[in-house]
Design a protein around this ligand. Structure first.
Ligand SMILES: C[S@@+](CC[C@H](N)C(=O)[O-])C[C@H]1O[C@@H](n2cnc3c(N)ncnc32)[C@H](O)[C@@H]1O
Length: 296
């Protein structure tokens, strides 16, 4: 791509393989509290009702967490759902899987047992036959790393297998930073382009992934609900805000190298405001719930 530097290629490579910055355990740990606060409780209520209505006495709900990382979703969701649960934790990174399976809670909302096993592999290769018997497919902060074909394939597999899907924390390309800075718009646009980048022959959806998922389920006649799930990062989450800023600015520069000359000063101003307790960042996300069987 014209204008893209060797640094850009290196950044792309780091974002495309297991162990990339967005999947690093330290980063996932830093964001876990903000993720838990952001996910939509309303969609979980709908999901609870759906799973309860379809539950067979004594049989566990089979829940697959795709791109589970260190297991943040299971730690958040298992204790919010009633009844026995059997979690299958999917990721391509064995190190993350080991952490995830060790950290899953042992009990559901009503004290029923929760068990877990891991499944190492590429989530984009999952088909309806692989999901047979699954009650729920879930994923958190994963959808925006996929292509249009992969999101469509995942929706198709869920619909054919008749399982619900709860897909949380997909970025939507909407960032608000206060106090405002004249460079905010340029960095935001470059970051969004980076999220939609073509890497290794794959055109990532980035901030278009949530809408693509809604469309993919709705086209197949499935009831689909979406709710905003923004991060709200103020003085109480300054460490996360600062780390997010570094990654956000770095990705923007990787996409648009002419921003590099502004990046140091821009980051300094933002970090100074954060250290002074004056920075507030809202990072837009969307949660999507698809329920089979005509449920609304
Ligand atoms: C941003 S992290 C989110 C992790 C976790 N869901 C969370 O919310 O903390 C994305 C995760 O998806 C996994 N991942 C990305 N693409 C994948 C693929 N094609 N197949 C399997 N795992 C994938 C990464 O290894 C990583 O653990």
């Amino acid at each position: 791509m014209p204008g893209r530097s060797a640094g850009t290629a290196a950044w792309d490579a780091r974002l495309s393989v297991p162990g990339s910055p967005v999947c690093a355990p330290d980063w996932l740990a830093l964001r876990e509290g903000a993720d838990a606060s952001a996910r939509s409780p309303e969609l979980v209520e709908r999901l609870r009702a759906h799973l309860t209505a379809g539950a067979r006495p004594g049989a566990p709900a089979v829940i697959r967490d795709l791109g589970c990382g260190t297991g943040s979703m299971g730690r958040w969701l298992a204790g919010r759902l009633p009844g026995p649960q059997r979690w299958i934790l999917h990721d391509r990174d064995p190190g993350l899987l080991a952490r995830a399976v060790a950290g899953l809670p042992g009990a559901a909302a009503d004290g029923s047992p929760v068990t877990a096993r891991t499944c190492e592999g590429d989530l984009t290769s999952l088909r309806a036959a692989d999901l047979a018997g699954t009650s729920l497919v879930t994923a958190s902060a994963v959808l925006d790393l996929l292509t249009a074909e992969e999101v469509d394939g995942l929706a198709a597999a869920c619909v054919r297998a008749g399982c619900a899907a709860l897909l949380t924390l997909t970025v939507i390309g909407c960032v608000e930073i206060a106090p405002a800075d004249p460079l905010d718009v340029a960095f935001a646009a470059a970051f969004d382009s980076h999220q939609r980048r073509n890497t290794g022959g794959r055109r990532l959806l980035g901030p278009d992934a949530g809408a693509a998922a809604v469309d993919a389920f709705a086209r197949r006649g499935v009831a689909v609900h979406s709710r905003p799930s923004p991060w709200s990062l103020g003085a109480e989450r300054a460490e996360l805000a600062q780390e997010w800023l570094r990654g956000w600015i770095g990705a923007a520069c990787a996409q648009q190298p002419d921003l590099e000359r502004h990046a140091g000063g821009y980051l300094r101003r933002r970090l100074d405001a954060s250290s002074a307790g004056e920075l507030r960042v809202v990072v837009g996300h969307v949660d999507v719930l698809a329920l089979p069987g005509g449920a609304s």
